[in-house]
Structures are given as structure tokens and as C-alpha cells.
Design a protein around this ligand. Structure first.
Ligand SMILES: *Cc1c(COP(=O)(O)O)cnc(C)c1O
Length: 406
């Protein structure tokens, strides 16, 4: 007779075991529970625009369904959309790519994962500047690679220096991740800063995954520079990731893309052909309209974000004990709240970004995301993809919470 208990037959793979629930999940769960119990929670945790997908884009999706564009396409995406991506990249950056360089993916997130699958071996090191977008380290681990963090602070505007980069490189280094504009900090790299990093990148011949998903959301007349534009040699080392989720309020449609050297794009297409197959067909046609149709809604959204950004940063900096850089892109602020550590609020001692957010949520019903989820425990992330009224009301509550600390 077998003595095996049913539990013993459930065994997760080593890879699955390396991926953890994000620390920030506890706060999200508590906020959801409070809302379900009837408490009004002001949330600054949104990771997506609070604008609707523009009507012309929705209509293109509807038209595609009505026209029967509801079957498989090529695994790497429809040629029309690949050509539109090439045209967009040419117009916006001057870079020349052909359809053989493009893979349409199930969101930018999936483009990054497929790229890791295509270029990383187990044991390869991936350089990830902190604060980082939450999925980079876990995606690296999922393919057996090793995330190596390069720490930055608000004093350095959350940007790595060439010196830091060079020190982090080992014979196992394969890839550097750059995310400009950054989620969570909103920092952007200038042309000069990228040129300095490029010297090191070329010297050691490492590849760069450039996540440019927020390139349309840049303020104060600053310009987005893709590292791929610095030279043909840099372009050959760059995996350029972008998508329509943030620029066109299309997070749920799940369309992203990557531009890379043809053999890499081909490998990614093959990987995709055995995993997801093509991204959802009508969504690809809607994304085509997003790239080729009128762009006025992008500007409207950006203008609104800009207004909220300034008000949020100004009112955060008016709170004694909080300092916040003016983000240059994306739709997040990333204030430093570490002067509150070691102090007590009504519901207990604040020791880190998680306890700060938990106590703030319990006492003032305001939800923020702890910086520890982004590898920066001195900070919290506030999204301004929410109404101006909620921003004004929410920051007042944060001010009251911080002034109550003893
Ligand atoms: C939102 C986001 C993504 C993922 O975008 P999808 O197209 O929705 O998968 C990738 N990188 C960063 C930095 C993001 O904030």
C-alpha cells in the first residue's frame, strides 16, 4: 500500500519556486478587502492610464471582428502591423528596421520575456538598475539567468553611471536593462548620458534591452532618446521594446513589440509559435489603428498627466519629511519617505516602505505602492493616472498622516 500523502504529489518546479508573490500584493489585497467592506479607498496604485481606449481604435477592433479577422495569424504578427512599427520607428527615431526585425507580442511584458528566452542561457547575468520595474528580475530568474542589481538613488536622479556599469560587468554579463522613461521613477536618460554608457556597452559587447514603453509620455519639452540611435553598432546590440498599452490606453488589448537583429527576432517568433502563437488577431488590427490613426488623444492625455504631475509633486514636497523629484516621464512619482522610519502612527511602528503603506492605508484609506517592490525601500510609488480631485484629497491625507507620526 502506498504511504504517499496527496500533498507530496504536488511539487512545483524549481523555476516556479523562484518566483515570489510581490511584496506589494499584501497592500493591494488589504485595499481590495477594505473596498469590499464599503470603505472608500483613494488609490494611487494604478499602473495604467485612467483614460478610455480612443474610439477610433475600439472601432478598428470591432471592424476586424466583423470582417472575420478572428483566426490565427503568423506567430510573430501580421505584416501590416510589423510595417507600421517600422514606419513609426523610422519617423520617431530615424532608425531603419524591416519586418524581419519585428515581432508583435502579447504586450511589452511578453516581448521582454521572449527576448530573455531568445538570448539568455542559465547562469548568464542580467544587469538591472534599481529602482526597477517589478517583472525584470523575476523574468530573468524564470529563464535561469541571474539578476544583478545596480543601485541608484534620488541624489543621482535614479540613473546609473558608466563607472557603476563597468564595475558590475563580469565575464558572465550578457544583458543590461534600460527603462527610460522609468517606471517607477519617471527618470529619463539624456543623449550625453547614454553616450557615456554606450562606451562601456561597446567595450564589453553586452546587449541592451531598452524598454521604451513610456516614450510618448515625456514632459517639459524633453526628448526621448533610444540608445539604439547612437550608432549602428549600438543598434545591433539593442533589443528595443515598446507597445501601445501606455501610449494609447490599451493595457487590456495586450499588444507590444520588439525590434532586434533579424536572427534574434526570428528566434523570438519561433519561441512564440510554440507558446502563445500569435497575439490576439483583432487586437493586432486595433493596434494598427493606434499607430497609423490620428494621434491627438496621446497629446490630450499627456497634457492632463502633466498638470497632475506638477500638482502632485508640489504638494508632496510641501509635506515636511517628504522629498520628491519632478519625474520627467511616465505617470508616477517616487517620493522618499525614509525620514518617517522609526516613528509611530496610530496603528504601529513604521520600519520600512511596506509598514508605511500599510499604516497609511489603515488610518487614512490611501493606497500607495511600497518602494521595496521596485528594489528601493526608502520610497513609495504614487500613480497620477487618477483624478485631480483624488490627488488633492489623497495628498492632504498623506500630509495629515505624516504630521501625526511621533
Ligand atoms: C506597463 C509596463 C510594461 C508592460 O506593458 P504591456 O504592454 O502591458 O505588457 C513594460 N515595462 C514597463 C516599464 C511598464 O511599466
Amino acid at each position: 500500500m502506498s504511504t504517499a500523502t496527496p500533498q507530496k504529489t504536488i511539487r512545483l518546479s524549481e523555476k516556479a519556486s523562484t518566483v515570489k508573490d510581490s511584496i506589494t500584493m499584501a497592500i493591494t489585497a488589504l485595499a481590495a478587502q477594505m473596498t469590499a467592506e464599503g470603505t472608500k479607498v483613494l488609490s494611487f496604485s494604478a499602473g495604467e492610464p485612467d483614460f478610455d481606449t480612443p474610439q477610433n481604435i475600439k472601432q478598428a477592433g470591432i471592424n476586424a471582428i466583423k470582417a472575420g479577422k478572428t483566426k490565427y495569424t503568423a506567430a510573430s504578427g501580421i505584416i501590416e502591423l510589423k510595417k507600421a512599427v517600422c514606419k513609426k520607428l523610422k519617423q520617431d527615431t530615424g532608425l531603419t528596421y524591416g519586418p524581419e526585425n519585428i515581432v508583435i507580442t502579447c504586450g511589452a511584458k511578453h516581448a521582454i520575456y521572449n527576448a530573455f528566452m531568445a538570448v539568455l542561457n542559465p547562469g548568464d547575468e542580467v544587469l538591472i538598475p534599481t529602482p526597477y520595474w517589478v517583472s525584470y528580475p523575476d523574468q530573468a530568474k524564470l529563464v535561469g539567468a541571474i539578476p544583478v542589481l545596480i543601485e541608484t538613488t534620488d541624489k543621482a536622479e535614479f540613473k546609473i553611471t558608466p563607472d557603476q556599469l563597468e564595475k558590475a560587468i563580469t565575464p558572465k554579463t550578457r544583458l543590461l536593462i534600460l527603462n527610460s522613461p522609468s517606471n517607477p521613477t519617471g527618470s529619463i536618460y539624456t543623449q550625453a548620458e547614454l553616450e557615456d554608457l554606450a562606451e562601456i556597452i561597446l567595450k564589453y559587447q553586452i546587449m541592451v534591452l531598452s524598454d521604451e514603453i513610456y516614450e510618448k509620455l515625456i514632459y517639459d519639452g524633453e526628448k526621448h532618446i533610444s540608445i539604439a540611435t547612437l550608432s549602428p553598432r549600438l543598434k545591433a546590440l539593442t533589443l528595443l521594446v515598446d507597445g501601445v498599452a501606455k501610449s494609447h490606453s490599451m493595457t487590456g488589448w495586450r499588444i507590444g513589440y520588439i525590434a532586434a537583429e533579424a536572427p534574434i527576432a526570428k528566434a523570438m517568433g519561433q519561441i512564440q509559435s510554440h507558446t502563445t502563437s500569435n497575439p490576439t488577431t483583432p487586437a493586432q488590427w486595433a493596434a494598427l489603428e493606434a499607430l497609423e490613426g490620428p494621434q491627438a488623444t496621446v497629446q490630450t492625455m499627456k497634457k492632463e498627466f502633466d498638470t497632475r504631475r506638477k500638482i502632485m509633486v508640489e504638494s508632496l514636497n510641501a509635506i515636511p519629511g517628504i522629498t520628491c523629484l519632478l519625474p520627467k516621464g511616465a505617470f508616477y512619482t517616487f517620493p522618499n519617505i525614509s525620514s518617517c522610519y522609526g516613528k509611530k502612527s496610530a496603528s504601529g511602528l513604521i520600519t520600512d516602505s511596506v509598514t508605511f503603506c500599510a499604516n497609511l492605508l489603515k488610518e487614512e484609506h490611501v493606497a500607495c505602492v511600497p518602494g521595496s517592490g521596485f528594489g528601493a525601500d526608502n520610497h513609495i510609488r504614487l500613480s497620477y493616472a487618477t483624478s485631480l480631485n483624488d490627488i488633492k484629497e489623497g495628498i492632504k491625507k498623506i500630509a495629515r498622516f505624516v504630521s501625526s507620526l511621533a
